[in-house]
Design a protein around this ligand. Structure first.
Ligand SMILES: *[C@@H]1O[C@H](CO)[C@@H](O)[C@H](O)[C@H]1NC(C)=O
Ligand SMILES: *[C@@H]1O[C@H](CO)[C@@H](O)[C@H](O)[C@H]1NC(C)=O
Length: 264
């Protein structure tokens, strides 16, 4: 049976304002489409492990690498998600996960790093809880476009940098030419596909560890916004300080939107 879903899809790229924000805490309600994905290794303490975006009243979009090692998929009861709070640990509503759906994810190539979590309960919308807007298959994203990403991950590298346990953080980055990105990653033995978006901080003077203008560990699955449209899903990165030389890799939503719609 094909279930009819009502996703908000944008087919025309919108203009995004470059506001040059460094990484800043974001209060509840600014990004009502974002979910904190909580995982429990021992089914006792659920801690923030990934992030996701609300697709509709029963599903959340995230990265496949959050829920699968490429062979096995996590049991749904290892996961919960919190919506409606800028903090991952308190506030808003927490939902149990009924089902986890991935699509031919390969952990070595990072191809198809996209997953849908089906909620056990209907996600109740409100001022702080809303579905996202997603890039349609024709959504054309140029290079050097201002994009922003949010998440609860580490604030920087090395890992003993303090993790901010309280607020959702947002950082502005830019889309990087896939060919430039492909060259940097090729040296690392990784092939950047066209179904991926590269993002980074275009600052030739930046050095690793000196900047918190990036997303870091703990943020796979997080949305990448072009204006307010979800164009990417955080997938993979070699460093915590993406720059034009070593950008971060994101799953391109427009390349996967048909699969997302039919599984949402
Ligand atoms: C969930 O969303 C669907 C599609 O928009 C709608 O038909 C359904 O009534 C909603 N369910 C609840 C419980 O609100
Ligand atoms: C963590 O978030 C709190 C609350 O927004 C903020 O006051 C604090 O400066 C942040 N800490 C760091 C290290 O950024």
């Amino acid at each position: 049976m094909r279930v009819t879903v009502n996703l908000i899809i944008l087919y025309v790229a919108v203009a995004a304002a470059a506001n040059n924000q460094a990484r800043i805490p974001i209060p509840a309600g600014i990004h009502p489409q974002v979910a904190a994905l909580l995982r429990a290794g021992n089914l006792q303490r659920y801690t923030q492990t990934c992030a996701g975006t609300i697709l509709n009243n029963r599903s959340v979009l995230t990265a496949a690498r959050c829920v699968s090692d490429g062979r096995d998929v996590d049991e749904p009861n290892l996961w919960r998600f919190r919506v409606g709070s800028s903090r991952w640990d308190i506030g808003g509503d927490v939902y149990l996960v009924r089902n986890i759906i991935i699509n031919d994810f390969d952990q070595w190539s990072m191809m198809n790093d996209v997953a849908v979590l089906r909620s056990a309960g209907t996600i109740v919308f409100g001022p702080n809880v809303q579905p996202g807007q997603f890039a349609g298959s024709d959504y054309f994203l140029q290079n050097n476009q201002a994009i922003s990403t949010v998440g609860w991950g580490y604030l920087g590298f090395p890992l003993w940098y303090p993790k901010n346990y309280s607020e959702l953080q947002r950082v502005q980055l830019w889309t990087i030419d896939v060919n430039i990105c492909r060259q940097s990653y090729f040296a690392e033995g990784f092939y950047v596909q066209n179904s991926m978006i590269c993002s980074g901080f275009i600052n030739p003077n930046a050095v690793a560890g000196a900047s918190v203008r990036d997303r870091c560990f703990g943020e796979p699955g997080a949305p990448m916004f072009h204006s307010n449209v979800v164009v990417g899903i955080r997938s993979y990165g070699l460093s915590c300080m993406s720059n034009a030389a070593i950008p971060s890799i994101n799953t391109r939503v427009s390349s996967h939107i048909d699969w997302i719609i039919s599984n949402a």
